[in-house]
Write a protein that binds this ligand. Structure first.
Ligand code: SAH
Length: 355
């Protein structure tokens, strides 16, 4: 049997699209539950491939939920997190395998803490209020503040447990991306003797740079409650302070995931303080930014979609992911003379800014 009109087919196609987006959050929640009960670890423990009973034996799951686990795995396969290998003889059990995606969720340096942070209820719950937030006058409070009654930085200060989850998430991302940066784009740090990682958290990036380039003296500036948690035995110097007040001097200022947290006026203030901290361009002074340039890099649909999703996400702290023109505006407004965008880190870019 077929539908009698194209109109009705079109209606059903449209409903499919609507449902696809309506239910998209189920994908995120499926991933979150997999992180919570540590499914990737269970498969990894069995050498990257495990049957359902082997997974059940290692994850924190009540036996009555085994049929539900099968259904969770089906979603995680559709979303590329795991894959399913049919038994060769058609008789044995199916084997669930890690994919390149879930390989990022296992081992000592993995991205689980970052995804767990983004999917934490503290970060997800504000989005229930996004519609109401849109009806309020700009710009304060942020969606985060509207939900939790304080800014994200005050919140992490007052909730040390969540603060630790936040910092672990940042370290995981920094270790991952800085491993690639130092191996592939080490030229950026060539010929410099000192670097300060401004708003560097617990110093994931600075640690990676100090390890790859031992001749570079690395320090981290962050708020006092963050620096209080910093490791004590390290070749990185930790400095408590406020980047809006002043930034200690260095050849290079490094800013990863800092400017996207702030509006233009705050960014210009931060960048002006960065400029005061570095020597002139001919003496090697520069700012290295690791952030997103919306529209830069691959024209691939998933790439573009991830960039605009990230932008709407970061809007919850009144942050913004900028396109090249928006970056240009704040860079020149802060008194810098030139910049270079290197769109080589997936959806993110390296931006060099010269005094
Ligand atoms: N650059 C790190 C951390 C990014 S999160 C990374 O990519 O892993 C943003 C950081 O900004 C947090 O660590 C937060 O504590 C810090 N921060 C917020 N306000 C600050 C201020 N006024 N001065 C210095 N650091 C600040």
């Amino acid at each position: 049997m077929e539908l009698t009109t194209n109109t009705n087919q079109a209606l059903l196609d449209a409903q499919l699209e609507l449902w696809h987006t309506t239910f998209a959050y189920i994908k995120s929640m499926a991933l979150k539950s997999a992180l919570d009960i540590r499914i990737a670890d269970a498969i990894h423990h069995h050498g990257g491939g495990a049957t359902l009973s082997q997974i059940v034996a290692r994850v924190t799951l009540h036996p009555s939920k085994i049929p539900c686990l099968r259904r969770l795995m089906r979603v995680l396969i559709v979303t590329g997190v795991f894959s399913l290998q049919n038994p060769n003889d058609g008789a044995g059990e199916h084997v669930y395998e890690l994919t390149p995606v879930s390989h990022l969720l296992v081992g000592s340096s993995n991205l689980t803490p970052f995804s767990s942070l983004v999917l934490h209820s503290i970060f997800v719950s504000p989005f229930f209020g996004l519609g109401a937030w849109f009806q309020q006058e700009q710009p304060e409070p942020s969606l985060f503040e509207m939900t939790h009654g304080q800014t994200a930085w005050d919140f992490t200060d007052h909730n040390p447990t969540f603060g630790a989850i936040f910092n672990e998430g940042m370290i995981a991302d920094s270790s991952f991306i800085m491993d690639i940066v130092t191996k592939e784009f080490g030229d950026i740090f060539l010929g410099i003797s000192s670097l300060i990682d401004v708003a560097g958290g617990l110093g994931g990036a600075a640690q990676a740079i100090a390890k790859a380039f031992p001749h570079v003296k690395c320090s981290v500036l962050d708020l006092p409650h963050v620096i209080d948690e910093a490791p004590t035995i390290t070749n990185v110097k930790y400095i408590a302070g406020d980047m809006f007040d002043s930034i200690p001097p260095a050849n290079v200022v490094f800013l990863k995931w800092v400017l996207h947290d702030w509006g233009d006026a705050e960014c210009i203030k931060i960048l002006k303080n960065c400029k005061k901290a570095i020597p002139p361009r001919d003496a090697g002074g520069k700012i290295v930014i690791l952030d997103m340039v919306v529209g830069a890099g691959s024209p691939n649909l998933k790439h573009k979609e991830t960039q605009v999703l990230f932008d709407l996400f970061i809007m919850f702290v009144n942050g913004v992911e900028r396109d090249e023109q928006e970056w240009k505006n704040i860079i020149f407004e802060a008194g810098f003379s030139d910049y270079k965008i290197i769109p080589v880190l997936g959806v993110r870019s390296i931006i060099e800014v010269y005094p």
